[in-house]
Write a protein that binds this ligand. Structure first.
Ligand code: ADP
Ligand code: MG
Ligand code: ZN
Length: 663
């Protein structure tokens, strides 16, 4: 996937760019300084006292002549001072082959100090020899080089660094008054990192690439239209929307929609993820917001897009963790201020996306700020077909492919899931060396996505049979209980976390669930354990996941959906996040008594028990169907919808409407 939006350099330099060195020049300067430092220390001061490197024999000769004043030795290297300066290599002589361990090919120089290497065969007579020739053997290094050279060698880098920081600091200070606020200028931290979207690029996204979310798309088409011809809308006194909030589950195409707006609007489009506003340094977020809006205002009409705005838009005063809180609040505050600052006549529209609108600060949502809320729903069957159409554009399809059927098989899939499905199918077909992607590739890819990849796991015949009964229990009940979702597939090939899988899917997209349907689901979920009990009379751990799901469903029936007469229509569970799923929390004490809590528990247990009894009863009554399915499963491992009907000899489950639940 391409990062969004492609980071492109601004087409023209921002008008508010401060006169400053771009980072690359800064580095060049820094490196230049280092080079100067080196040159100065090596070439300007060497003549004075830099040591020459001499062969060991020369050193011994000089010592023998009494010309060595003192030496200092560390390991095998010796440095020392001559009494009278020595020239090495001797001028006018042909250059010697450089000795190993000495500097190669040094130019002939005269110096008062030298270094040399001891040969590997250590000369035991050296010490008495040196002492007899009056050489002072020193315990401290012979001072080499001039004071200056040493100073620059030792402290040069540090001095440079300090100079660099001073320079940066002065630069920052010079800008401090320029409206960026104190920290603003340092290292450009307060500059917004917004990327400006360039509609000329080839990977431009248009409304054609967005499918299946027509209501949302139409809203945004209108906004693009507004930016193109504002007079058309303001004619009767209306003003432009200031802020549009895209709300929806992950992967439904919110970011994609914003990209399409960028591609279609023909106006500058600044995009930034909310998380990028906030950094460890206090004050940065607000400075970035200011900078972002400033840039947009200068190139108006323009669109600003803030993705995942919940990262900064959380309601104030509910932050749990210390430091970040007030920083986030300041950033949010700045956004509110900026939004109030523009009148709607400048032609700036703020787009934002989130999947948790319920945590947003109410100030953000009031009219005049994000006054439009566009809900991006999970696509329905028609929508899924349209989205598949978009994503198979570049994929060669076999004639067997029915996108219609795929759309039918994928309720609850988001646009991103469908894109993934197409991609997995294409990869699978490629791995199978096919020239085009067939329906089987799609179905296998779907199975892999929904059920997890197959897991090579060797099971003994007893285990296999037990798993076959467990899965057959689910499947048979899926055929017996009125209203149950059709059983699409059963397999005893271990996949993902599961040892076997029964895949049921609703016939149509469901938005509203009747109580009988929920009960049918619970009966089916408990069918695995029920079959094991009916057949073997013992229990295993294999039903953990089933029990968990069934319990959750039953608890929701009691605490959320008012489906228990004993408890009544009381909300006893915290509201759920509509787009992310999962429970919220009450935050603090439970708003009900202990008696109610225990009543809820017993009602949940009652529902589960009733469903469990139903499951066992139905399976006992239809034992031949159960056994038939198990035999087929042990033989073929995976069965399709038709094969399941054949093996059990049962018709598909009747609809709820045609026959009221009798179990
Ligand atoms: P969100 O921002 O809502 O979490 P994205 O816009 O990032 O989701 O969607 C991820 C990808 O899924 C997109 O880049 C696109 O390829 C695909 N996608 C999602 N929704 C749609 C759609 N409605 N039509 C076509 N493709 C979609
Ligand atoms: Mg997104
Ligand atoms: Zn199960």
């Amino acid at each position: 996937m391409t990062p969004y939006p492609p980071p492109t350099p601004p087409t023209k330099p921002a008008a508010n760019a401060r006169p400053k060195l771009p980072p690359r020049k800064m580095w060049a300067l820094f490196i230049l300084a280092l080079v100067v430092n080196y040159v100065v220390s090596v070439f300007l001061f060497p003549s004075s006292d830099a040591p020459i490197t001499v062969p060991y024999t020369v050193f011994r000769d000089e010592a023998g002549k009494g010309n060595v004043e003192s030496i200092y030795s560390r390991n095998t290297s010796i440095e020392g001072r001559f009494k009278a300066p020595v020239t090495w290599p001797p001028a006018g002589q042909p250059k010697q082959k450089p000795l190993r361990g000495t500097q190669a090919q040094q130019p002939s120089r005269t110096a008062g100090t030298f270094t040399t290497e001891l040969p590997a065969f250590f000369d035991r007579q050296l010490e008495p020899f040196l002492i007899s020739h009056g050489v002072e053997i020193s315990a401290v290094p012979i001072q080499q080089g001039s004071g200056w050279a040493t100073l620059i060698y030792g402290f040069g880098p540090a001095i440079l660094l300090i100079g660099f920081y001073v320079w940066m600091y002065r630069r920052a200070a010079a800008q401090g008054g320029g409206g960026m606020g104190g920290m603003g200028g340092i290292f450009g931290i307060g500059r917004s990192k917004a990327r400006r979207y360039d509609a000329e690029k080839d990977d431009r996204v248009t409304f054609n690439d967005v499918a299946g979310i027509d209501e949302a798309k139409n809203e945004l088409v209108e906004i693009v239209d507004f930016l193109k011809a504002p007079q058309k809308y303001t004619r009767l006194g209306g003003t432009a929307p200031k802020g549009v909030l895209l709300v929806g589950s992950p992967g439904t195409g919110k970011t994609l929609l914003a990209r399409a707006v960028a591609g279609e609007a023909g106006v500058p489009f600044f995009s930034m993820s909310a998380a990028e506003f906030v950094e460890m340094i206090v004050g940065v977020g607000a400075a970035r917001v200011r900078d972002l809006f400033k840039q947009a205002r200068e190139s108006a009409p323009a669109i600003i897009f803030i993705d995942e705005i919940d990262a900064i838009g959380r309601a104030r005063g509910q932050f749990s963790m210390g430091g970040g809180a007030s920083e986030q609040e300041h950033t949010l505050q700045q956004i509110l201020t900026e939004m109030d600052g523009f009148t709607g006549r400048e032609g700036i529209i703020l787009l934002a996306a989130t999947n948790q609108p319920d945590v947003l600060d109410r100030a953000l949502l009031r009219p005049g700020r994000f006054d439009r809320r566009v809900v991006v729903n999970l696509p329905d069957k028609t929508g899924r077909k349209a989205i598949l159409d978009v994503h198979v554009r570049k994929v060669p399809l076999a004639t067997s492919v029915s996108l219609e059927e795929l759309a039918q098989t994928t309720p609850g899939f988001s646009g991103a899931d469908l894109k993934n499905l197409v991609n997995e199918a294409a990869l699978l077909a490629a791995r199978r060396n096919e020239n085009d992607v067939s329906q089987k590739d799609f179905l296998d890819a779907l199975e892999k996505i929904v059920l997890g990849p197959e897991r090579p796991l060797l099971l003994g015949p007893d285990d296999r049979e037990r798993i076959a009964y467990h899965e057959s229990g689910h499947a048979v009940l899926g055929l017996l209980v009125p209203g149950a979702d059709p059983v699409h597939r059963v397999t005893i090939v271990p996949r993902g976390m599961a040892l076997g899988v029964t895949y049921q899917r609703p016939q149509t997209d469901r938005y509203n669930y009747p109580e009988a349907y929920l009960r049918a689901r619970i009966v089916g979920m408990l069918g695995g354990r029920a079959a094991e009990e009916v057949v073997y009379g013992t229990r295993t751990t294999g039903a953990e996941n089933d029990i968990e799901q069934a319990t959750q469903m039953a608890r929701n029936m009691v605490t959320r959906w008012g489906m228990s007469d004993a408890v009544g229509m009381v909300q006893l569970a915290p509201p759920q996040n509509a787009f992310l799923g999962g429970g919220g929390s009450f935050g603090g004490e439970k708003p009900f008594s202990e008696e109610t809590a225990s009543l809820v528990d017993s009602e949940v247990q009652r529902i589960l028990n009733e469903c469990h009894q139903d499951a066992k009863r139905l399976l006992r009554e239809h034992r031949p169907a159960l056994d038939g399915l198990v035999q087929a499963l042990l033989k073929q491992e995976t069965l399709s919808e038709q094969e399941i009907l054949d093996a059990t000899g049962l018709p598909p489950a009747p609809d709820l409407q045609s026959r009221p639940l009798q179990v």
